[in-house]
Design a binder for this molecule. Structure first.
Ligand SMILES: Cc1cc2nc3c(=O)[nH]c(=O)nc-3n(C[C@H](O)[C@H](O)[C@H](O)COP(=O)(O)OP(=O)(O)OC[C@H]3O[C@@H](n4cnc5c(N)ncnc54)[C@H](O)[C@@H]3O)c2cc1C
Length: 391
């Protein structure tokens, strides 16, 4: 296996480190203390845009922008994702951009949809967000059970339902809403619709209270007779003759699993460094028990990183990686939780005060086990794949 990266990626990781230390970590700690997301108008987001963040991977009409977009390997993107989350996973999720649904639009959107919905992210004039609404109060792990209903109305659609825990929903220019045209027909009946912000009937935005990752919003909202034109059906009607709608939605999550794993590795590494720093400052490195915990965290972090990079390496070779992708997420999220637990044990009563970085990491890291398929769901996917059952 070869995990080497080019000098440009190494430079990017170095820049990320600097930015992380000076911007991301302080912003994350501030949001955590405030107990809510970084406000939309915060200058932090203007600085992101000025740096060139928040742009789409879409190369523009006719691929005109392809030349100035360096193609990064999956391994390189995982190393960058690890470094970003090392400094603050909540803050990196708060940053503007087309976010989670971008992959769906690139993979399945029509040319007009790419232009209309990704075009504003080519050279964003201001911080802009987009988001993907799949989860509902009654449908999380079992995404095939969603009940948000899409009903044909003339040449458009009427949407009714409710979504929850959707990242950046209240500040998004548009939401890609997953809905069903017939709840009795399962996955094959699912479609995705672009819903512009300010569309009548879209509302009830409520930012959820979270135990961690407070820098970005996770929001519930309702769709009450929301009317969208036919052109807002992702990919157009002809794409939905099979279960393509559901499959495309799940692709978003499949591709994201090693990225979440890399985030978890970064957070576990952060817990390791904080544990060593604390032990050194408090003259604890001579204690066998302290060193034992440091060794355990370090060993686990290395294991998680190996599995995660293997998933990326296989993806770069365009070889099947479904088992490794799920394994990386199941293992790295679990290990990151163990690492922060061991770190909390090491700092002792200081951890219980609620103002130490390890305590924040302990709360932040649980979401890595939940988002984009919980640990149990990853293990189910691995087991079904191993015995040749459909996932
Ligand atoms: C911070 C955060 C951000 C999120 N962002 C988004 C977002 O942007 N967009 C979006 O659409 N969703 C988002 N979600 C929702 C997330 O995808 C769901 O929380 C997740 O899919 C789990 O669903 P659930 O919480 O309803 O748990 P449930 O599905 O109710 O599961 C509860 C428990 O049962 C276990 N379980 C479920 N089924 C099985 C089974 N068959 N076998 C064994 N165990 C099982 C689960 O692993 C879990 O431990 C976010 C969630 C969080 C916490």
């Amino acid at each position: 296996m070869d995990f080497s990266v080019d000098s440009e990626t190494r430079q990017l990781i170095e820049q990320t480190r600097e930015l992380g230390e000076n911007e991301f970590r302080p912003a994350g700690i501030e949001a955590d203390r405030r107990g809510g997301p970084i406000p939309v108008g915060d200058l932090f987001f203007d600085r992101c845009i000025a740096r060139g963040d928040g742009r789409t991977r879409w190369t523009g009409p006719g691929g005109r922008r392809a030349a100035d977009r360096p193609k990064r390997t999956v391994v390189a993107s995982l190393l960058v994702a690890e470094e970003l989350a090392y400094w603050d996973r909540g803050v990196i999720n708060s940053t503007p951009g087309p976010g989670l649904p971008e992959g769906n639009v690139l993979g399945m959107g029509t040319d007009e949809q790419k232009e209309r919905f990704l075009g504003p992210f080519l050279e964003p004039d201001k911080p802009r967000w987009a988001c993907f609404g799949m989860t509902e109060p009654g449908a999380g792990s079992d995404a095939a059970a969603i009940r948000t209903l899409a009903k044909k109305d003339g040449d458009g659609w009427i949407l009714n339902g409710a979504k929850c825990f959707i990242g950046s929903a209240s500040r998004s220019d548009w939401i890609l809403v997953q809905a069903t045209v017939d709840p009795s027909k399962g996955r094959a009946a699912q479609r995705a619709y672009f819903v512009d912000k300010d569309t009548p009937g879209l509302g009830g935005f409520k930012i959820e209270r979270k135990m961690g990752l407070k820098a970005y919003e996770s929001t519930s909202f309702t769709l009450d007779n929301v009317r969208v034109p036919a052109s807002h059906l992702l990919g157009g009607e002809e794409r939905y003759q099979s279960s393509a709608g559901f499959k495309t939605a799940m692709k978003t999550f499949n591709a994201g699993r090693p990225q979440i794993a890399a985030n978890a590795v970064g957070m576990a590494r952060s817990a390791l460094d904080e544990s060593i720093r604390f032990a050194r400052e408090h003259d604890m490195l001579g204690d066998d028990r302290t060193r034992d915990r440091i060794e355990a965290i370090s060993r686990k972090v290395r294991k998680a990183r190996m599995v995660c990079l293997k998933a990326g390496w296989l993806a770069d070779l365009e070889r099947p990686n479904i088992i490794e992708a799920s394994m990386s997420k199941a293992i790295a999220a679990q290990i990151a939780q163990e690492a922060t637990t061991l770190g909390l044990e090491l700092v002792g009563t200081v951890g219980g005060r609620g103002d130490h970085l390890i305590e924040k990491l302990y709360r932040d890291v649980k979401a890595m086990d939940i988002v984009e398929g919980t640990g149990q769901i990853q293990r189910m996917i691995i087991a079904r794949t191993l015995v040749g059952l459909p996932r």
